[in-house]
Design a protein around this ligand. Structure first.
Ligand code: HEC
Length: 119
């Protein structure tokens, strides 16, 4: 019985330590080369990122990325590092089963940084 308690304790400790590991969210590198057709605006993101990589899932579940109001529920304007949208793509959790390139992540970061406007 003691042995079981001990195993249980060690397992809990391990799970606790692993879950405490902090996830660093970083801004895109400031020297990233950005081609001129990349625009950090909501319209550009809808056409080039959300429609291509996200809406085949997010038309059935929130955030509905084609709706500006819905996107507002996952961003804090001017605060990309604490915005859920940036967190999900910076940590690679979204797009689930896919991947965004560095320029697409840059555009999302800077759109939020510039105030996440309906532009
Ligand atoms: C294959 C399906 C799929 C794709 C593609 C996908 N998502 Fe998701 N998304 C999900 C699921 C499922 C969840 C629920 C949380 C989870 O399972 O991680 C989610 C959750 C989220 C959340 C968090 C919502 C909340 O309220 O916590 C955000 C933000 C998000 N996705 C953004 C995106 C973006 C941006 C893209 C495209 C770059 C994308 N997703 C592509 C399936 C997908």
């Amino acid at each position: 019985m003691k042995k079981i308690a001990c195993i249980f304790f060690l397992t809990s400790l391990f799970v606790f330590v692993v879950s405490c590991e902090t996830i660093e969210i970083q801004a895109p590198p400031s020297n990233l080369p950005i081609s001129s057709d990349i625009k950090p605006t909501y319209t550009w993101l809808v056409e080039n990122v959300f429609r291509k990589h996200c809406v085949y899932c997010h038309s059935g579940r929130p955030p509905y990325l084609l709706s500006y109001d819905s996107v507002q529920t996952v961003v804090t304007p001017k605060q990309p590092l604490t915005s859920r949208l940036y967190f999900m793509i910076a940590t690679g959790r979204m797009p689930k089963g896919g991947k965004l390139n560095e320029q697409e992540k840059w555009a999302i970061y800077h759109w939020i940084k510039n105030g996440a406007k309906n532009d």
